[in-house]
Design a protein around this ligand. Structure first.
Ligand SMILES: Nc1ncnc2c1ncn2[C@@H]1O[C@H](COP(=O)(O)OP(=O)(O)O)[C@@H](O)[C@H]1O
Ligand SMILES: [Mg+2]
Length: 404
């Protein structure tokens, strides 16, 4: 299992977060989007966290997807509670060692950490201030899959509280609270900042760059070191396969392991095998989406189709949407029926639809948009029962045969 580190990128971000750049807005929050499984959490924990710590910043990390059954507001409060408890323990021990009795260091010893974020307890703002005082360091709060906060009112409130904490704790030249938020879906993350009432109105999203040529070069060098018979490894072919795996290292590495396995039975170069594996994975992903779609009830399919087609403009119950469902199904569709279909799209497994606390909808997995677009462009939307198994040639002919 290889962990490839991106220290330079982490350093740059740590620098920007401290407001050390002449221009830029990162000290007001760093918002990072990248598709699922492309290495966000790994980077945030394995690269950014140590870079910040080295710069003398205390880091609190919380992943809102760690347990999706729990309220995101609670998860944030708990992460702060834990960090604060660790520091208070340290403060108390130091005080005991120094032989001091009843010491209060910056008023922090008498905090009831169990009630952080609760109505009668310490607010998030107070908790963050205490954490800074107790640790004597600026605090960086990293919230992974932050868009999930918008699915509950407590989560939304936590986001608003963090924005307010940022405004209270930071001054020009002194950044005491750094906020990093990541998300697997740019459109959903964007909801933290687009509308005038959004907690981080006016901030910008950046794309966390996918692992790239440096990562591929690193992997290729490892192969060459272990298998002199394979020198030189075709880096361009590896790069191409990695892209076909959607820049997801886990699948890429698993396929590398399989094609390099001496017991795999094929001889000759491994690169073509790897590319074949990448294409198989792509076909498999798409077949899975098609089969998930086909497993839905007709109205659920129609609603999902509308959502895929409209994206952020989706309004489930407006006259145009209802007409769309009716045209597809051939029968009139009511608002309650649509509500029921949406609810079932949110509850089923796998979850297909995401809903914010304000009643905005999005597809759960942004990869579905690419799949939908691809099929629309190829003229193969909607998927038919045997769609997953049709060959590329057949699909091509089907496109050709359609009247322009
Ligand atoms: N820098 C890296 N080097 C090697 N493998 C990685 C790296 N980043 C991610 N991976 C692999 O990809 C998987 C998914 O990464 P993760 O960070 O969980 O993605 P995300 O948070 O974007 O969904 C990890 O379990 C790991 O196996
Ligand atoms: Mg993650």
């Amino acid at each position: 299992m290889i962990a490839y580190h991106r220290q330079a990128l982490a350093q740059q971000m740590a620098h920007a977060l401290q407001g050390r750049l002449l221009f830029g807005d990162t000290h007001n929050g760093l918002f990072l989007a990248a598709p699922r499984r492309t290495g966000k959490s790994t980077f945030l924990q394995g690269d950014l966290t140590p870079a910040l710590q080295q710069a003398g910043i205390g880091v609190v990390y919380v992943d809102l997807w760690a347990d999706t059954r729990r309220d995101p507001g609670t998860l944030i409060a708990e992460a702060l509670t834990q960090a604060l408890q660790a520091h208070l323990g340290l403060v108390a021990r130091t005080a005991r060692k120094a032989g001091l009795k009843n010491v209060k260091v910056a008023g922090t010893l008498d905090i009831d950490t169990s009630r952080i974020g609760q109505l009668d307890g310490l607010t998030l703002v107070e908790a963050l201030r205490h954490l800074r005082d107790a640790s004597g360091q600026p605090v960086a709060l990293i919230i992974d899959e932050a868009q999930h906060a918008l699915t509950s009112e407590a989560g939304e409130a936590a986001m608003t509280a963090l924005k307010s904490a940022r405004d209270q704790m930071n001054r020009p030249g002194q950044v005491d609270l750094m906020l990093v938020m990541s998300g697997s879906d740019r459109d959903k993350l964007l909801r933290l900042m687009v509308s005038a009432g959004a907690p981080f109105y006016g901030s910008q999203i950046q794309t966390l760059p996918p692992l790239d040529t440096d990562f591929i070069a690193h992997v290729a060098a490892l192969v060459e070191a272990q298998r002199p018979d394979l020198v030189p490894v075709d880096r361009a072919a590896l790069q191409e396969a990695f892209a076909a795996f959607g820049h997801r290292p886990q699948f890429f590495m698993a396929a590398m392991g399989a094609v390099l396995n001496p017991l795999s039975g094929h001889d000759g170069r491994f690169e073509p095998e790897l590319q074949r594996a990448a294409q198989d994975q792509q076909a498999q992903d798409e077949a899975q989406m098609a089969s998930d779609y086909l497993g839905l009830r007709p109205l659920e399919q129609a609603v999902l189709w509308r959502l895929l087609d409209q994206g952020p403009r989706f309004r489930p119950y407006d006259a145009e949407a209802l007409r769309f469902y009716r045209d597809l199904l051939g029968v009139p569709v009511s608002v309650p029926q649509t509500q029921k279909a949406l609810e079932s799209l949110r509850q089923r497994s796998p979850v297909m639809v995401w809903k914010s606390a304000r009643g905005e909808y999005a597809v759960e997995d942004a990869a579905m948009h690419r799949w939908f677009q691809g099929r629309v462009e190829a003229g193969t939307w909607p998927p038919g029962p045997a769609a997953g198994r049709r060959s590329v040639d057949e699909r091509f002919q089907a496109t050709e045969a359609r009247p322009a």
